[in-house]
Design a protein around this ligand. Structure first.
Ligand code: CA
Length: 158
């Protein structure tokens, strides 16, 4: 973000960021991984505001604490394990590819029977067993597959 923006868009975005930072000090931290995941999971409506709004993706999507850092919840741990497996196999995959590898694998990090990719699509939390999609697994899974399944989370440019 930023490089390709026109001057006016930069100004508008800068103003919005300043406004939101003033209004919500908790939104100050904007880690790169979080922004990448928001884009990859199609949680941003294009306004750029989703990246600043913790309700769109809170740190507890992957971390135990709302302030981020260690420790990680089961989904965050699954991301770390995927990074580790890739590195051990001699890979150099970056975060978006790691996320896609994990989602495509069909795993269910929080053990609530709903696969991680399905939860991402249904906008529930893949690292919290108390958060899961409404509806019977088979039905929600069929809806998800009908709109492309995990392939929709493939990193851009692939
Ligand atoms: Ca799950």
């Amino acid at each position: 973000m930023g490089v390709g923006l026109k001057l006016t868009e930069k100004h508008v975005l800068g103003g919005l960021i300043a406004l939101l930072v003033l209004a919500a000090p908790a939104a100050l931290a904007l880690p790169k991984y979080r922004l990448q995941a928001i884009n990859q999971f199609h949680l941003d409506d294009g306004s750029g505001l989703a990246a600043l709004d913790r309700r769109v993706m809170s740190c507890s999507y992957c971390h135990v604490k709302e302030s981020g850092g260690a420790p990680w919840n089961p989904f965050g741990e699954a991301i770390q394990a995927t990074f580790k497996a890739n590195a051990e196999a001699g890979g150099k995959a970056k975060f978006p590819e790691i996320l896609f590898t994990l989602l495509e694998s069909g795993g269910d990090a929080d053990g609530d029977t709903y696969p991680d990719a399905l939860e991402v699509w249904a906008k529930t939390l893949p690292g919290d067993a108390a958060s899961k999609p409404d509806g019977v697994l088979e039905t929600v899974q069929a809806e998800f597959e009908a709109v492309g399944g995990a392939e929709q989370f493939m990193p851009r440019g692939k």
